[in-house]
Design a protein around this ligand. Structure first.
Ligand code: ADP
Ligand code: MG
Length: 359
């Protein structure tokens, strides 16, 4: 895939001590849907604004479709940005809002209106062209903002937390629609979010950021199944962490027993094991398995989709086991609070991280 965006050693220092982005190199393929994911303050918006030309990098270069645009203002880049608050003109109709940029670029009124109508069709609102923004719902306004952003067919669309102003139900729906829009128009999307679920469901690729740097860059499933660090394992999904000591041949001693992993691992020194609560299961009485830790159930928490059971392994270590419901078989297999429990997890689901984890 040809690269449409190439970032080379990009940094942004707001001052000597405030570092927004720290030496990021990144290549985005033409037509990709890439998400910048991380907690508030990790530099996502700063990086996006530099791609758009709204912020000047302190170091590094930005290439767009093979051309160095580092010193170019936003309007000289074939990039458009969708803002969180939509920024629609309230006194203009939907059609006028969408056509605004086309008219500024010299297109005549009739052609601009036709382009606006096409863009509205793409976002599923063909009949709203003569309405005003205040007559529309939040979700509809967001789609108008999207139509306006794509009407001139930029090479890259930048989206900064585009769904965060919507309520939960509308957000779920817009996730899917935004993904479909991406497929329909074929424009490269670079989206910023702090919402891991949004990133996992929508993107071809996720760039996880940590303190201005790239912590991991990969496909959603690869990042979820093979997090590169405890930070990533903790930020995306839930991970049980257990201090461990290598015992040779991929085996590690932990509170409550020993676990084997298939990860390449240090053979000496302190390590930390990790596994996902939903990748663990309880053994039935009399059942045996290779990779087991033992403890006592300290709490069972109902969360709608299933049960999360806390198991105290002793030595201050607790792990969670998630069991999907409704499934009466599963429910009967979950030990009750206070009873002993054996937790099994397959070796390929056990992560190994060097050192102790402090989160
Ligand atoms: P995110 O979008 O991931 O929440 P930002 O890119 O907005 O993160 O911010 C990254 C860091 O840069 C934060 O420490 C933030 O306080 C700082 N920062 C962002 N914008 C400015 C600015 N205009 N002036 C000074 N510091 C800023
Ligand atoms: Mg931000």
């Amino acid at each position: 895939m040809a690269a449409i965006i190439e970032l080379q050693g990009i940094s942004k220092y707001y001052s000597k001590t405030i570092i927004g982005v720290d030496d990021v190199s990144l290549s985005v393929g033409d037509g990709e849907f890439v998400t910048l994911l991380g907690p508030s303050g990790c530099g996502k918006s700063t990086l996006l604004r530099m791609i758009g030309g709204f912020e000047e990098p302190t170091h590094g270069s930005i290439r767009l479709a093979g051309r160095d645009v580092t010193q170019e203002p936003p309007y000289r880049r074939e990039v458009n940005m969708v803002f969180q608050d939509y920024a629609l003109f309230p006194h203009m109709t939907v059609g006028q809002n969408i056509a605004y940029g086309l008219k500024m670029a010299g297109m005549d009124r009739v052609a601009a209106r036709r382009k606006a109508a096409e863009a509205l069709e793409l976002v599923g609102l063909p009949d709203k062209i003569d309405q005003r923004p205040h007559q529309l719902s939040g979700g509809q306004r967001q789609r108008i903002a999207l139509a306006r952003a794509i009407v001139r067919r930029p090479k890259v669309l930048l989206l900064d937390e585009p769904l965060s102003a919507l309520d939960a139900r509308m957000r779920d729906q817009m996730r899917i629609e935004l993904k479909h829009l991406h497929e329909k128009v074929g424009i490269t999307f670079i989206m910023v979010t702090h919402d891991q679920e949004e990133a996992l469901t929508m993107s071809d690729r996720i760039v996880v950021m940590e303190k201005g740097r790239v912590a991991q860059d990969g496909r959603p499933q690869d990042i979820y199944d093979h997090p590169a660090s405890p930070y990533v394992a903790n930020f995306i999904g839930t991970t049980n962490f257990l201090p461990a000591t290598p015992a040779g041949q991929g085996q590690f001693r932990v509170a409550g027993g020993a676990l084997t992993s298939q990860d390449a691992a240090p053979t000496a020194g302190a390590v930390t094991l990790g596994f996902r609560p939903e990748k663990a299961r309880f053994l039935a009485p009399g059942e045996t398995a290779a990779n087991v830790v033992e403890g006592r159930v300290s709490e069972v928490i109902y969360y709608g989709l299933g049960l999360r059971t806390a198991v105290d392994l002793g030595g201050g270590a607790t792990v969670f086991v998630d069991s999907l419901l409704p499934d009466t078989l599963v429910r009967s297999a979950i030990p009750q609070t206070g009873s002993p429990a054996r937790v099994a997890v397959e070796p390929h689901n056990v992560f190994v991280f060097a050192g102790e984890v402090r989160l």
